[in-house]
Design a protein around this ligand. Structure first.
Ligand SMILES: NC(=O)c1ccc[n+]([C@@H]2O[C@H](COP(=O)([O-])OP(=O)(O)OC[C@H]3O[C@@H](n4cnc5c(N)ncnc54)[C@H](O)[C@@H]3O)[C@@H](O)[C@H]2O)c1
Length: 423
């Protein structure tokens, strides 16, 4: 490490991606600065407590030392500065770079020769070149020779960080002659293959990894809506498509959103020469909650003053992450129907009722998240016992193995008895 630097690496933005990454670097023996602006988050980690669920993270936090700070310029103590800030999308279908620009402005006066800046956040094509240009414009650096800038996208799935950081190939798109090499050396610490490419190819590879998943899940969701229109069973049709067919397969329907999938398509769409296709994908996924509410209204007549239990608020099974979850959209839509909404989620920090209280005397129960706790015959029995005898069960994930998006509790209990795993 050159003498001017007292630390190996600084991570700016210690959220769902940055915090596990900072811990993983420290666990490999690197000296780490962790920067975040949220006082509660810093208080938690300084006190040795993970502020959110990520398997194995608490154990790593317990055994490593990180210099936690809310001062962005402290990051310049480290040779490597890794940016893991949020990159939301404006409703104008355009990346919101305000956090990244703000941090760059704080860092600018402190950058010096040898510094390497890694953009780990998901970013729109050409953002890495913009950042390199920003350093050249404001400080006159020769990027790739004096300082280094690369995009090294995070591709782990929440909940699998510590398994995937040591297994997923690491894509590095460096600006100029040596940025890729310098940043690649940092990530070699995880023992994974380093795939060197150009900055824009790294950006596209990450965005399109997520677009592929977003579009893949829109197809069964659209099929689910078509099946309702034609009086067909979506699970039967998917089984017919997939059974013994050698070319690919259709995924199952469900709520498709969350903090990444819901916005990353916009980073392609903002400059696309074929605009609209991904907007349509987004519209399909975003309309699933409304489709379910309309299906309930068709079957129950009205939802006004009827009790609807929503099981799950997290956007993903087995996690506590509620950001951009369609379950919240479902709750809002149900409230607009004047339903009495009761919610249960065993993982999230938002206070919710117990399972049994939520389903007690319910006129309808919606499986909004396919948490493992909700799947199988055990939870179904508790619904059949607690909810009204005529309760409608809405299960787009097929948690109960009855292969029915909409069915009555007694019907679904009979259907799932044959197929669902006991729980
Ligand atoms: N969450 C995922 O599973 C995941 C996976 C792959 C990629 N990504 C991408 O990684 C990036 C980060 O995502 P995330 O889920 O970790 O976001 P996050 O919101 O959990 O974390 C961002 C952190 O940055 C902090 N921050 C914001 N402005 C700051 C500033 N000026 N100074 C210091 N700290 C500041 C926030 O307080 C927050 O803790 C995004 O681009 C996202 O698309 C996320």
């Amino acid at each position: 490490m050159p003498e001017a630097f007292t630390h190996d690496v600084a991570v700016i933005g210690c959220g769902r991606v940055g915090l596990p990454l900072a811990l993983a670097f420290a666990d490999r023996g690197l000296s780490v600065v962790g920067v975040d602006k949220q006082p509660e988050l810093l208080a938690a980690v300084s006190g040795g407590r993970m502020p959110f669920d990520e398997p194995h993270a608490q154990a790593v936090l317990d055994r490593v030392t990180v210099h936690w700070t809310d001062i962005v310029s402290d990051a310049a103590r480290a040779r490597h500065v890794v940016i893991t800030l949020g990159t939301p999308s404006f409703s104008h279908i355009e990346i919101d770079l305000r956090d990244i620009r703000g941090v760059l402005d704080d860092l600018l006066p402190h950058l010096r020769e040898g510094h390497a800046l890694t953009l780990r956040s998901t970013i729109a094509p050409r953002t890495t070149e913009f950042v390199a240009g920003y350093l050249a414009k404001h400080r006159g650096f020769d990027v790739g020779a004096e300082v280094f800038v690369a995009h090294c996208p995070e591709r782990i799935a929440a909940g699998r960080f510590f398994e995937e950081i040591v297994s997923l190939p690491c894509i590095v798109g460096g600006v100029g002659r040596r940025s890729g090499e310098v940043v690649g050396e940092l990530f070699e610490v995880f023992g994974v293959r380093i795939d060197q490419t150009t900055p824009v190819q790294a950006e596209l590879a990450k965005i399109w990894t997520n677009i592929m998943r977003y579009a893949t899940f829109a197809l069964p969701n659209l099929l689910m809506m078509d099946c309702e229109q034609y009086g067909a069973n979506v699970f039967d049709v998917i089984e017919l498509i997939n059974r013994d067919y050698p070319r690919g397969g259709m995924a199952l329907p469900g709520f498709t959103a969350g903090t990444c999938l819901r916005k990353d398509f916009a980073f392609s769409e903002e400059r696309s020469h074929a605009p609209g296709m991904l907007l349509a994908v987004s519209r399909v996924n975003e309309s699933v909650p409304l489709f379910l509410v309309e299906g309930m209204v068709r079957r129950l007549g009205t939802l006004a003053n009827r009790k609807v239990a929503v099981l799950g608020l997290a956007f993903k099974a087995g996690t506590d992450d509620e950001r951009d979850s369609l379950a919240h959209k479902l709750v809002r839509l149900l409230e607009r129907e004047l339903a009495d909404v009761a919610i249960h989620d065993p993982h999230v920090t938002t206070p919710t009722q117990s399972f049994d209280d939520a389903v007690l005397d319910a006129d309808a129960v919606v499986l909004a998240t396919n948490h493992p706790e909700f799947c199988g015959t055990g939870p179904l029995r508790r619904i059949a016992t607690g909810a009204k005898e005529t309760a409608l069960v809405v299960d787009p994930w097929d948690c109960f193995g009855a292969a029915q998006v909409f069915a009555y509790a007694n019907e679904i209990a009979a259907l799932s008895a044959a197929g669902a795993p006991a729980a």
